[in-house]
Design a binder for this molecule. Sequence first.
Ligand code: AMP
Length: 172
Amino acid sequence: MLQDEIKNTIKDYPNFPKDGIIFKDILPIFENPKLFEKVINSISGNKMFKKTDAIIAIDARGFLLGSSIALKTSKPLILARKPGKLPGELITGEYQLEYGKNSLSIQKEALKKFSSYVIVDDLLATGGTVDCIARLINENGRNVLGLLTVVELESLDGRTRFDFPVESIIKM
Ligand code: AMP
């Protein structure tokens, strides 16, 4: 089963990037093209893509998924990037991470073009990152249709922050 394959492939790094965090490294998925393809097909088959105007992928592992999913679903792709990376006029939000603070920006021009979005990322932990993006989208009069991830850390209850559907391939 895809779920078991992913669980057996993801590697845990205890106490990274700081004490008490078990970092779930999804990068070995990309070392296995067959598994990578199955993950992309699984997420791309989600019914949310039928309704959405565009996809927003989150820096940086979300990009690896987002670009393949955008091709597969023929949907426009927008990137939410960490500070100092995007040119032009930006909308930026700050958020608290499971292990620190950060901010993410989206190009204003990009957000003007589409009205509904599916957010794609590798992993949902506390939900702070996705909440930041969802707020930016909503504050600009746009809609979030849902969040799709490979992994969800269930004990952190991230999904309870959102009023849109959250679907992950595996829960840990
Ligand atoms: P959060 O905002 O707490 O939901 O964190 C989600 C973001 O941080 C995702 O982009 C993940 O890549 C990363 N992240 C948070 N916690 C972990 C973890 N335990 N293992 C791997 N990535 C994590």
